[in-house]
Write a protein that binds this ligand. Structure first.
Ligand code: CP
Length: 306
C-alpha cells in the first residue's frame, strides 16, 4: 500500500488507522515502548526538506516497531551533488526496503517515487501538494478530544495558498463529516478556490461559531522571488494573529507546526490550555506507527502486540 494523498483512504480505512493508533498510543505509556511487529523490516526516511515533527516521529515509530531505519537528508546526501530523485530512489531500492517515507519540495515527488521502488511509499509532504499523515494525526487528535467528529466545525486560518496541510485537512476532515471553512486574506487563497466547494471568509468574524481554529504558518520560504502576499509579517500579525482574548473559552487551537510565536499566534496562546499543538505531536507518533503497520499489514502474520 502507498499513502500519497488523503484521498487514497476511505472512511473505514481511516477508522481502522484510529483503532490501530489507540493500541500504539497505549504502548507509548509503557516503560518498555517497543514491540516486535516490524522486526526484520526496513524503513528509509528520505527527507529533502527540513522537518522536526514528521521526520522524528516516523523514525521513532519505525524503531518502536523494531524495524531497521535509516535517514537520508538532502544536505548530507548525494542529491547535493546533483543526483536525481529517480537515481536516489533506484539506489535505495537496491537495499530492498519495505517502506520509503518521503518529504520533497516538489509536488508529485512521492507519487513519482512509486515508479522506481517496490516499497510502500508514504508521502511525508510534497511541496504545496499534500501532507496526508498530518491530516490523519489531526483527525486522530480531534477524535481523542471530541469523540464523534460528525458536525464538528473547524476553521483553517492563514496561508492556505501554499499549505499542503490545508489541502489534506480540508479533504480529509470533510470525508469524516467535519464542517470546514477557510479564513484568511484573499491574497493567501489559491486561484480557483471557488471550485473547492468550501466556504471562504476574509474576516476573523468567521471564527465566532467554530469549535476548532486551525492556524497555519506563513510560508514565506516558498515565496522567494515573488511579490509577498502580505505587506509584512508585522501587519499580518496585527490583523490575523490570534491571542488568548480573541479565542472563546470553549474553542480549541490547532497548528501543524512549526509555529511562529508572535506571527499567526501569540506566545501566550501557543502555551494556553486551549492549544492542542503538543497533543497533535503526541498523536502523530501513534498514527505514524499505525501507518507503518498498515503499509505492511497484508504481509504480516499477526495483529500488533498492543
Ligand atoms: N507539521 C510538520 O510537518 O512539521 P515538520 O515540518 O516539523 O515535520
Amino acid at each position: 500500500m502507498h499513502l500519497i494523498s488523503i484521498d487514497d483512504l476511505s472512511v473505514s480505512d481511516i477508522e481502522n488507522l484510529f483503532r490501530l493508533s489507540d493500541g500504539f498510543l497505549e504502548i507509548a505509556s509503557r516503560s518498555i515502548k517497543k514491540v516486535p511487529t516490524l522486526r526484520g523490516r526496513t524503513v528509509i526516511n528520505v527527507f529533502m526538506e527540513p522537518s522536526t515533527r514528521t521526520q522524528s516521529s516516523f523514525e521513532l515509530a519505525a524503531k518502536r516497531l523494531s524495524a531497521d531505519v535509516i535517514n537520508i537528508k538532502e544536505s548530507s546526501s548525494s542529491v547535493s551533488k546533483g543526483e536525481s530523485l529517480k537515481d536516489t530512489i533506484m539506489t535505495l531500492e537496491s537495499y530492498r526496503p519495505d517502506i520509503i517515507v518521503m518529504r520533497h519540495p516538489r509536488v508529485g515527488a512521492s507519487r513519482m517515487a512509486t515508479r522506481y521502488t517496490n516499497a510502500s511509499v508514504v508521502n511525508a509532504g510534497d511541496g504545496t501538494g499534500e501532507h496526508p499523515t498530518q491530516c490523519l494525526l489531526d483527525l486522530y487528535s480531534l477524535r481523542r478530544v471530541y469523540g464523534d467528529l460528525t458536525g464538528l466545525r473547524v476553521a483553517i486560518v492563514g496561508d492556505i495558498l501554499r499549505s499542503r496541510v490545508a489541502r489534506s485537512d480540508l479533504f480529509g476532515f470533510r470525508k469524516m463529516g467535519i464542517e470546514v471553512r477557510l479564513v484568511g486574506p484573499p491574497t493567501l487563497m489559491p486561484p480557483g478556490i471557488e471550485y473547492w466547494d468550501v466556504p471562504v471568509y476574509d474576516d476573523l468574524e468567521a471564527l465566532a461559531d467554530v469549535d476548532v481554529i486551525y492556524l497555519l504558518r506563513m510560508q514565506l520560504e516558498r515565496a522567494k522571488g515573488k511579490v509577498p502576499p502580505v505587506p509584512s509579517l508585522r501587519e499580518y500579525s496585527r490583523v490575523w494573529g490570534l491571542s488568548p482574548y480573541r479565542v472563546k473559552a470553549d474553542q480549541r487551537i490547532m497548528h501543524p507546526g512549526p509555529i511562529n510565536r508572535g506571527v499567526e499566534l501569540s506566545a501566550e496562546l501557543a502555551d494556553d490550555e486551549r492549544s492542542l499543538i503538543l497533543h497533535q505531536v503526541e498523536s502523530g507518533l501513534a498514527v505514524r506507527m499505525a501507518i507503518l503497520y498498515q503499509c505492511l499489514a497484508g504481509s504480516l502474520s499477526e495483529e500488533p502486540a498492543a
